[in-house]
Design a binder for this molecule. Structure first.
Ligand code: SF4
Ligand code: SF4
Length: 567
């Protein structure tokens, strides 16, 4: 026998004959073959605790039920996950778990995505024989800046404790007391404040741990979840962006074994939708008229930019792409700058914060797409001038125009330097010091409002998708006055204000600009831009949106790193 056959065993689960890895436990073998075994304390990325007992299964020739999470498969094993004996055992476990559990599903944030609630429907008898008083414990205990604990809801599964020790590397949680008075608490002198603390909320199988930011903002079923990518750093964690009434309310990690496993950092989860919901959002194009930036329509803004850009020599124009922009936007931007403006001075501003990274997920590069900008030649060797040269050119007066896809140049360009320019055209989602110095501002759709792709630091191209809407604002609001909108109440009013953000992805604006300046750019959709980018950029060879799917595709020739699990 070779080692390959030695490592496999034949087992039967619920009459299905399976050939599985001999190192697997029953729950792993079942899961790998689409058979679901209920579990609370078991998690595929954590050590086995075996304390909740809900994964009981029957193994022929064994006298008692066994827990599927801690029982390894063996040759010839016959397992039943739905026999009368198993169902009886499961119902007993559920009854035990529910003895002291408060029945506050109607006000619990977890309702709708709670394992205990789901299993109470699927694996419980539907009534309680418990007449005594339940044990009461504190219901609002802040474990740290982002996580709130309801001690009555905790079923002591220890997932959160193991996560902190095994994944975050910070043993901040522990249990105190005994029996039915046991409580989850922080270790002496500790707060639950590690950079990954909020993952405990996702893996808590009940509503014991809730987000202090999201608590009571919405019921799960009121929101839509969009598959997208965190723009907080170059790791590109996969996430769901949850929105209601055109407002993002929370982000949660989406599993991708090659990028972020099941996790994301608290910064990415909490901070990346601030800009989307910001009161500083620019809701319509702006043009400088005298001292003031004046709101205008899209046609006027694009016409002004086209005529302004045309009136300078190519050597007087510099361009800045953006590591926050999508691959499609940077591609079309570079093409436009080279083909239409004929400018050869181009670069982008990095946002690397040396030292601000860890060996779990967080990267020092605080942008989602510098690798993409590099691949697409925004910072190419052959560019006549790069960032320092462009700044020097502006100082000396040889560069008179700056066209920027990056909406915030403040980390590098002082206002006095921007003031030396004769024309500053910029795409920006929010008002800031740079937009205050600009001559033409195009309101930019954020990552949460457009389709496209980002490329991670290690060369994985991943799709972003809109979770809130901004486009077609005027059409959506046809016939509505603000006073009429108010009559629809707060929720509709919020939705309508969201619709009023008439921001556009940069590729659309660049297409319109190019056509006005005499080039025929035909890109009805962003996918058309992507397809042309793939044809003209060897490292993206063979990619399509369909092939990228929800997990991404690696650039041709990029090194495949160890998976997150393997680290
Ligand atoms: S708080 Fe949640 S994850 Fe932590 S032990 Fe209790 S039930 Fe488990
Ligand atoms: S590690 Fe980076 S990409 Fe992942 S959640 Fe945090 S900020 Fe976002």
């Amino acid at each position: 026998m070779n080692s390959k056959t030695e490592s496999k065993v034949n087992i039967t689960i619920d009459s299905m004959q399976l050939n599985v890895d001999s190192k697997m436990t029953i729950i792993q073998a079942a899961r790998a073959n689409g058979i679901s075994v209920p579990h609370f304390c078991w998690h595929p990325e954590l050590s086995v605790a075996g304390n909740c007992r809900i994964c009981l299964v029957e193994v022929e020739k064994l006298p008692k039920l066994v827990i599927a999470c801690a029982t390894q498969v063996s040759e010839g094993m016959v397992v039943h996950t739905r026999s009368p004996k198993v169902i009886n055992g499961r119902e007993a476990v559920m009854e035990f778990l529910l003895i002291n559990h408060p029945l506050d599903c109607p006000i619990c944030d977890e309702a709708g995505e709670c394992k205990l609630q789901d299993y109470a429907y699927k694996h419980s008898v539907g009534f309680s024989r418990f007449d005594e008083d339940k044990v009461h414990k504190p219901k609002r205990h802040a474990l740290g800046p982002n996580v709130m604990l309801d001690m009555e809801r905790c079923i002591m599964c220890s997932r959160c404790v193991r996560f902190c020790e095994e994944i975050a590397g910070e043993p901040q949680l522990t249990f105190a007391n005994r029996g039915d008075h046991v409580i989850l608490t922080t270790a002496p002198g500790e707060e639950l404040d590690n950079p990954y603390a909020m993952n405990t909320i996702d893996i808590c199988p009940v509503g014991a741990l809730t987000s202090r930011d999201f608590r009571f903002k919405a019921r799960v079923w009121e929101m839509s979840a969009t598959e997208t990518i965190c723009p907080g750093c170059s790791r590109g964690c996969n996430m769901h962006s949850w929105a209601r009434n055109n407002e993002i309310l929370r982000n949660t990690p989406r599993q991708n074994p090659e990028v972020n496993s099941y996790w994301m950092c608290d910064h990415g989860r909490l901070s990346t939708f601030g800009e989307v919901n910001s009161p500083e959002r620019i809701v319509t194009p702006l043009i400088r008229k005298g001292e003031d930036l004046v709101e205008v329509g899209w046609d006027e803004a694009i016409a002004a930019a086209a005529s302004g850009l045309k009136s300078f020599r190519r050597s007087e124009i510099a361009a800045l792409g953006s590591p926050f922009a999508t691959n499609e936007e940077n591609y079309l931007f570079r093409k436009f700058v080279q083909e239409v403006l004929g400018a050869k001075s181009m670069d982008y501003i990095s946002r690397v914060r040396e030292g601000d990274e860890d060996d779990i997920l967080v990267r020092a590069d605080k942008t989602p797409n510098s690798r993409g900008a590099d691949e697409l030649g925004i910072r190419a060797e052959e560019n006549e001038r790069r960032l320092q040269g462009i700044m020097e050119g502006i100082r000396q007066g040889t560069i008179k125009v700056l066209y920027s896809l990056d909406g915030d140049l403040g980390s590098v360009f002082e206002t006095e330097l921007l003031d030396k320019l004769e024309l500053l055209v910029i795409h920006s989602p929010v008002r800031n010091g740079t937009t205050a110095a600009a001559d033409i501002v195009f309101p930019l759709a954020t990552y949460a409002e457009k389709n496209g792709t980002f490329t991670t630091f290690d060369g994985r191209v991943q799709r972003i998708r809109p979770s809130v809407a901004v486009l077609e604002a005027d059409r959506a609001l046809d016939g509505f006055s603000m006073s009429r909108l108010d009559k629809f109440g707060t929720q509709f009013d919020r939705w309508a204000k969201g619709q009023r953000r008439d921001a556009r992805p940069a590729w659309k604006v660049i297409t319109a600009l190019a056509n006005l300046m005499g080039k025929k750019y035909r890109y009805p959709t962003v996918e058309d831009v992507f397809n042309q980018m793939v044809q003209s950029t060897p490292s993206f060879k063979g990619m399509t949106y369909a092939k990228i799917g929800s997990k991404g595709l690696r650039l041709e020739g990029s090194v495949v790193p160890a998976t997150v699990e393997a680290r």
